[in-house]
Design a protein around this ligand. Structure first.
Ligand SMILES: Cc1ncc(COP(=O)(O)O)c(C=O)c1O
Length: 390
């Protein structure tokens, strides 16, 4: 971790989570460069949690659409910037890098700040640049990427004014200790039982929500001691390698990549010439697809055929694999965001974090390979997909 942090010019500022850092930055910018009705330009595909933080900071949100391949149009963003805009927010969704350079140029030209959201990645680079070094401000979520219950940090690549974190409360260490212990027990159990869901404790994860009538209040928390003590023991290289290997396994073992279409696959994959059916037995020759250098993912998002997502999620759960489904609350009832609407209905995140073991990957591939879902035809009387499993 120490090595990775050397990529940044400034020391990370630790928080209870990435969202707290984001909130603090919004308040800081507004305090130093006040606007009567400050706004922020955000992707329309985000968790309700982030939207709530924006509201709590007293900003208005102007949304831009996100394509089903999780990128965006710089021109659309340009058209949204006005004299009340404080910053543009860009996300490397699920670890899939977006090109920050055109956004950097645009935000410099328009004199607004650029917030880079690296909550879904760590130790990654794109076009020769470490992710997190381009935005004026960058947030990281170590709780997500290190599978820790709490934790995030802020990098200020640009510090136009003195910054003092506002966090006043500490994350309760008993709470963190309890959850951390729980996750270690789960991890060892997974290995011992070869990924079997022995206690049948898996559930469909809860989905986000947003209540527009509620007053949004954020209590910014700190978590310095624990994180500073923990980071030196984190082998980021090993974690990145494991996450990459897990994605590579699934790419190379899911038979029908057209149906269970990995988002951003064209940008992220390198095709190797040897087929994975090669008889040579050499592990590398069995890989048909390789990940591009520098891509360190949070999860493996796939775009499922229309109306099949929840069915697939349940099938995987029946085999002991819990999958998230992105953010079903987005695009927050707003119209005109086709990409976000499609993602909201069709995206499924296959877990590939560093605690996922080979048996669980085999289960995932086997489950998808046996679902017999096809993309076409898709318009039964129920508006459903074709599956012999129904
Ligand atoms: C894209 C994105 N950015 C930021 C955050 C905030 O991260 P944290 O949970 O560490 O506050 C989340 C969490 O849901 C997220 O999905």
């Amino acid at each position: 971790m120490k090595q990775f942090l050397k990529n940044f010019q400034t020391t990370p500022i630790n928080y209870g989570n990435a969202g707290h850092a984001f909130y603090d930055v919004m308040k800081w910018v507004q305090a130093n460069r006040p606007k009567s009705k400050p706004n922020i330009i955000m992707p329309s595909y985000i968790p309700g949690k982030l939207y709530r933080f924006v509201m709590a900071a007293g900003y208005e949100t102007k949304f831009y659409d996100v394509s089903t391949q999780l990128d965006f149009s710089v021109d659309e963003i340009r058209g949204l910037i006005d004299d009340q805009t404080q910053m543009v927010f860009a996300v490397h969704f699920f670890g899939i890098p977006v090109d920050m350079e055109p956004l950097k140029k645009l935000t410099q030209e328009m004199d607004v700040f650029l917030m880079e959201d690296c909550s879904h990645t760590l130790n990654s680079h794109w076009n020769g640049k470490t992710l997190g070094t381009t935005g004026d401000f960058t947030i990281f979520s170590t709780r997500k990427m290190l599978q820790f219950h709490c934790g995030g940090f802020l990098i200020l690549n640009n510090k136009p004014w003195h910054f003092q974190p506002s966090r006043k409360e500490k994350v309760n260490s008993l709470f963190t200790g309890y959850h951390m212990l729980g996750s270690r027990v789960k991890y060892h159990l997974n290995h011992l039982t070869r990924g079997k869901n022995v206690f049948q404790k898996m559930r469909i994860p809860e989905v986000g929500y947003i209540d527009y009538d509620e007053e949004q209040i954020v209590t910014v928390k700190r978590m310095d001691r624990l994180l500073e003590g923990y980071y030196p023991h984190v082998n980021v290289e090993k974690i990145s390698r494991k996450r990459r290997e897990n994605v590579s396994y699934l790419w190379n073992h899911i038979d029908d990549l057209e149906t269970f279409s990995p988002v951003g696959f064209d940008r992220l994959s390198v095709h190797k010439t040897e087929s994975r059916n090669s008889q040579s037995g050499d592990a590398s020759s069995q890989q048909k697809y390789q990940l591009i250098e520098g891509y360190v993912p949070f999860s493996l998002p796939i775009l499922t055929p229309p109306s099949s997502r929840n069915f697939i999620q349940q099938k995987l759960l029946n085999r002991g694999i819990t999958c998230y489904i992105g953010w079903t609350e987005a695009p927050f009832g707003l119209e005109g965001f086709q990409g976000a609407e499609q993602l909201q209905k069709q995206l499924l995140e296959l877990p590939i974090h560093h605690h996922i073991n080979r048996y669980q990957l085999e289960i995932m591939a086997d489950c998808l390979n046996n679902l017999k879902i096809t993309r076409q035809p898709y318009s039964f009387s129920k508006g459903s997909f074709l599956s012999s499993d129904l």
